[in-house]
Write a protein that binds this ligand. Sequence first.
Ligand code: PMV
Length: 316
Amino acid sequence: MPAYTATAPGKIILFGEHAVVYGRPAIAIPVPEVQARVYVSANPRSPAGNIMIKAPDIDLEAKLDDLPADHPIAFAVQVLQSEIGVRQTPACTIQINSTIPIAAGMGSGAAVSVAVMRALSAFLGHPLPDERVSALAYEVEKLYHGTPSGVDNTVIAFKTPVFYQREHPIEKLSVKLPVTLVIGDTGVSSSTAMVVGDVRRAWQTDTEGYEAIFDQVANLVLSARRIIDSGGPAELGPLMDENHQLLKKIRVSSPELDKLVLAAKQAGAIGAKLSGAGRGGNMISVVEPELALQVSNALEEAGAVRTLITRLFPDI
Ligand code: PMV
């Protein structure tokens, strides 16, 4: 049986996190500079059904059967097996490596699920279309996050910038001019489930106030979409700043995130905001290309443990 490799990129949310959980749209893009890679190879000498999982980045080397059923990797394999209806998977090793920072809002969990689904389905002779890969990875996301919007698995499975809204068909974003982004990692790990849960409780106590904020976020997302589709990055800056202020209002920022957002702006970024669940993880800034290094250096001086420059390329 031939071996198969699949990769999946990291992702970053440009606009609309949290509000997207409440039915508003969001914009997210793949970040191919970081990725999960999964290699599935046969172990012809082991009995059928024996699946070894090796994930050195998280110090995991175990038989699939020895992992708890709700372990995200075990669950991803199980979801895939029932999708394609295999009774017994031939003995194999699933090797997982990832350069995507964990618990930092860059979709590391969804990327591992997507790459596992792709490599294992190909290995089993049933390669799946992107829609199915995304839907199956969403099942695993539910295990991590409770009430995920589905944006992570969608942008990662389709590997394209998306305008995403729950229960709407996926819309690929059209990009007119290149946009340069600098991402800064606070190094503070944050649980998406916990932050989303806190927002849910606050929304329950002040539904009207939170709904009004989510409507404002939705308007920013619609404006951002028009700009990406027709104009340059300069106009995106103020929208990012406004989105950050709204995220502060729902109390998902943190001193570390605010410090990096300020440092990016002081170094010349056109706009900056936290990205993802918040309280830690990453922030993003939109910059003129010639200032990307300067902003990245400023972020490191302000305490970022990692920075990354990525670009949104126009459609060809
Ligand atoms: O996985 P993260 O940290 O990028 O956060 C996901 C974004 C949220 O909108 C907060 C949650 C969701 O499911 O969309």
